[in-house]
Design a protein around this ligand. Structure first.
Ligand code: SF4
Ligand code: SF4
Length: 470
């Protein structure tokens, strides 16, 4: 291609940083570099000081960078550069970040000593030792790798949540939702569980994230957990009763009224990270019909699996036996599920692959709680996204930025309501639509689904339509 050609496949709108953006970026990277130095085995002499500097630098640097970046451009999505940026389009930077994240998760789950964790509890080193003073402050114990993870997770959601709010500042739904996401993570998933752990260190019956519930919190009905709740006094029994009530009664009722968004996009920790830290990767979710088919099979298979595993575990608990049909329940049911789904899928793949497969891989293909709520949302709920098809200019923003891989534009072009089990109600499709076509609504059930559709007929109809377009 000639130098003067009017077309170029190189970056048409190269990202240029001004002085404030550069300062913000450098400050944030300095904060991150303290963590990396610690990860490589350096134990800092004053860990409380270095951890505070690191956390403050990451937070302040990110906020300064985000404010300067987003306030000088129109609110909402700006497509320029997204498909040319190495980080947001599976380039070298994207793959590099994916590999680092995956490696971090592998170490976190199976080799925490490489992060500096001392399993004997005597003396941590490196990265984990950096968090010892904070852990001692909250719960009187030196840090575990999970404390490090929880702290960094919360820091990421808070700092990138603010970035998200600058970006979507024109949309009240996004602003309120993100404040709720940050507050839920900070209090329900981090501060309260840490303080409770300090008060009940011998009977850890509460999940690290107290807003998790079965079947996402897959060990809820494990014998050790049941015993700890039953022996945990009033608080333990309360936790048991609330846990069952949440799943059996509260979740179906609230999902009926507002869809599964109340959990997936407002309070869930996995969803919170996907919405904030994963925002730069939402366009990478596959929109093909084959992904849609795989998604439906996978998420419901995982859901059936956890129902079976839990039934067997409860059978063993009440029969006072560790075996089912002569085989070990732990070795053949609980352990494989915990390894394959709880660790590999939700942790390593779910977050490690953000820069490659998009930010909601776990929520879309694996989360059994999302699968359970999705059934209500699809068949018995008032939630839908309405489309004012006449206004649609087919720009495709909505489909591009739907993290759940829903081809929203196909519905808009047909003027059909979007009633999909997988929709997490993040509202981004509506926030990025330049024509105000899409509206998240909780209306009467009647008329929500096209009356000519029978059960899955709507989806099959849409699949045929999308197939023809591809
Ligand atoms: S359809 Fe819209 S609200 Fe639903 S998941 Fe996709 S972007 Fe979010
Ligand atoms: S619904 Fe809005 S965002 Fe989606 S294709 Fe139509 S105009 Fe574009």
């Amino acid at each position: 291609m000639s130098k003067n050609s009017s077309f170029s496949i190189s970056n048409p709108d190269k990202l240029k940083l001004d002085a404030v953006q550069k300062i913000g970026l450098i400050v944030a990277l300095l904060g991150v570099s303290i963590l990396f130095v610690a990860w490589f085995g350096i134990t800092f002499p004053y860990p409380a000081v270095f951890l505070s500097i690191s956390a403050l630098f990451i937070f302040i640097g990110t906020v300064v960078y985000a404010k300067q970046t987003y306030l000088k451009q129109p609110a909402g999505i700006k497509n320029n550069n997204v498909w040319f940026n190495s980080l947001s389009n599976r380039g070298v930077l994207g793959w590099f970040l994916g590999i680092v994240l995956t490696l971090f998760y592998v170490l976190l789950y199976w080799f925490p000593s490489y992060l500096g964790y001392d399993p004997s509890g005597a003396q941590n080193r490196g990265l984990v030792a950096l968090f010892d003073p904070l852990s001692l402050f909250f719960n009187g114990k030196i840090a575990s790798q999970w404390f490090v993870y929880g702290t960094l997770y919360t820091l990421l959601i808070a700092s990138l949540g603010i970035k998200f709010m600058y970006k979507y500042r024109h949309n009240r739904y996004q602003l309120i939702r993100t404040v709720v996401v940050i507050v839920s993570q900070l209090f329900l998933a981090y501060l309260i569980p840490e303080i409770l752990e300090g008060l009940n260190s011998d009977t850890p019956y509460f999940a690290k994230d107290i807003k998790n519930m079965w079947p996402l919190n897959y060990y809820f009905f494990e014998p050790w957990h049941l015993d700890n709740m039953i022996n945990g006094g009033t608080l333990g029994m309360l936790y048991l009763v609330i846990g069952i009530f949440m799943f059996l009664v509260f979740t179906p009722i609230i999902t009926y009224y507002v869809g599964k968004r109340w959990y997936c996009s407002w309070v869930c920790g996995c969803g919170g990270l996907a919405e904030t830290a994963g925002d730069s990767f939402r366009q990478l979710s596959s929109k093909t019909v084959s992904s849609w088919k795989i998604e439906r099979w996978m998420i419901h298979t995982v859901m059936v699996l956890i129902f079976i595993v839990t039934a067997v575990v409860l059978y063993g608990y009440f029969a006072n036996s560790g075996e089912f049909l002569g085989i070990s329940i732990y070795n053949y049911f609980s352990k494989p599920y915990g390894f394959l789904i709880g660790a590999m899928f939700s942790g390593v793949v779910g977050v490690g692959f953000y820069p490659v497969l998009g930010s909601r891989v776990w929520c879309r293909f694996g989360c059994p709680l999302a699968g359970y709520m999705g059934l209500f949302q699809r068949f018995k709920s008032r939630f839908r996204i309405t489309t004012n098809g006449g206004q649609c200019i087919s720009c495709g923003n909505c489909s591009t930025y739907c993290e759940q891989g829903i081809d929203v534009r196909a519905y808009a072009q047909k003027g059909e309501n979007i009633v999909r089990a997988s929709c997490v109600g993040c509202g981004i499709c509506s926030a990025v639509c330049p024509r105000g076509v899409l509206k998240l609504e909780n209306g009467p059930e009647e008329g929500r689904i096209n009356p000519t559709d029978v059960l899955l007929g709507n989806d099959i109809d849409l699949m045929n339509y999308v197939n023809k377009k591809q």
